[in-house]
Ligand binder design. Structure first.
Ligand code: AP5
Ligand code: MG
Ligand code: ZN
Length: 217
């Protein structure tokens, strides 16, 4: 199973990617998480990427594509993957198609998680993440059992520095301009599946599994 997730910042790509990766026993590849990992480890790639991320802008296509190509070539991606946050521009979509063709692999679906713009800001400014195990929470919609503490590993939760209101505005504008055209791109090649992302996370997962042809029992 090879899936791409499409959706605005805050649509729930990361939340659903985890669930879908567990369901199909495939790897979850998030370009945002990869860039944050590099940033936190002070690599040259991470330092460069952070100049764009902190502003809410996209990291240039060339470096992003090279990072993804390397990642999908690793052994654990052999069974499939759920790509979260890539592609994010039309050139990235074309590059992914070329990468997969060269590997004699193909994409099964592009799942578009549709959410009204009015709910995105609340979701993002209330998000908290675990700096250790990367688990994802929301102060109101998905709170941890103990406020501010990760359920899974006990670490103190933090806020992403690009989840401040002004940077969120920029990210939403960048999404509309550069990423939303991928919806028509995937519709054109017959891979688009659209689900309603404005329901509870578990209901979104049910809709996603159904749209991708899985069954729940
Ligand atoms: P990235 O980390 O991918 O950020 P994003 O696309 O802005 O998406 P988010 O992670 O903010 O949202 P999400 O859809 O994953 O939502 P989540 O599940 O967390 O990218 C960060 C930056 O890296 C970019 O700005 C860019 O600079 C760079 N970058 C990354 N990829 C790139 C690329 N390909 N090219 C160039 N640059 C790239 O949910 C959000 C919140 O809502 C959470 O708190 C969650 O608990 C809550 N929530 C989730 N689902 C629901 C629900 N159903 N109901 C209520 N609350 C919910
Ligand atoms: Mg995410
Ligand atoms: Zn944790």
């Amino acid at each position: 199973m090879r899936i791409v997730l499409l959706g605005a910042p805050g649509a729930g790509k990361g939340t659903q990617a985890e669930a879908l990766a567990a369901y199909w026993k495939i790897v979850h590849i998030s370009t945002g998480d990869l860039f944050r990992y590099h940033r936190d480890h002070g690599t040259a790639l991470g330092i460069m990427a952070n100049e764009f991320m902190a502003q809410g802008q996209l990291v240039p296509d060339g470096v992003t594509q090279a990072m993804v190509e390397e990642r999908i070539g690793q052994a654990d991606a052999g069974n499939g993957f759920v790509l979260d946050g890539f592609p994010r521009t039309l050139p990235q979509g074309q590059a992914l198609a070329a990468m997969l063709q060269a590997r004699h692999e193909k994409l099964d679906a592009a799942l578009y998680i549709e959410v009204p713009e009015s709910v995105l800001m609340d979701r993002l400014v209330g998000r908290r993440i675990c700096p250790e195990c990367k688990a994802n929470y929301h102060v109101a919609f998905h709170p941890p059992r103990v406020a501010g503490v990760c359920d899974q590993c006990g670490a103190v939760l933090v806020q992403r520095d690009d989840d401040l209101p002004q940077t969120v505005q920029t990210r939403l504008a960048v999404y509309k301009e550069q990423t939303a055209p991928l919806i028509a791109f995937y519709q054109g090649v017959g891979l688009l599946r659209t689900i309603n992302g404005n329901q509870s996370p578990s209901e979104v997962t049910l809709a996603a599994v159904a749209a991708l042809g899985g069954t729940h029992d």
